[in-house]
Design a protein. Sequence first.
Length: 84
Amino acid sequence: MHLREYLNITHNVNCLWHYLYEKKVIRSEIKYPRCKKILIFNSTVENKILHCTAKYYKTIKGRKRQKLTCNFKISIFHGLNVYT
């Protein structure tokens, strides 16, 4: 990639996020381990942290189900191996 192409990408935020996703620097989606919900990243997220607030049911002893709120947060940069 030439310097002028890189400069053009940095001026367009959506294009920059797409380029970073292609190079495996950021995640575009994640499946949360507790509630099994898939969240998709969009470039309007200000702090680049995906936060799940979905409701899910957990089976517990003595009761049928308990309704819980998933409070899972993860950065879009977490857990990616950039050097492969």
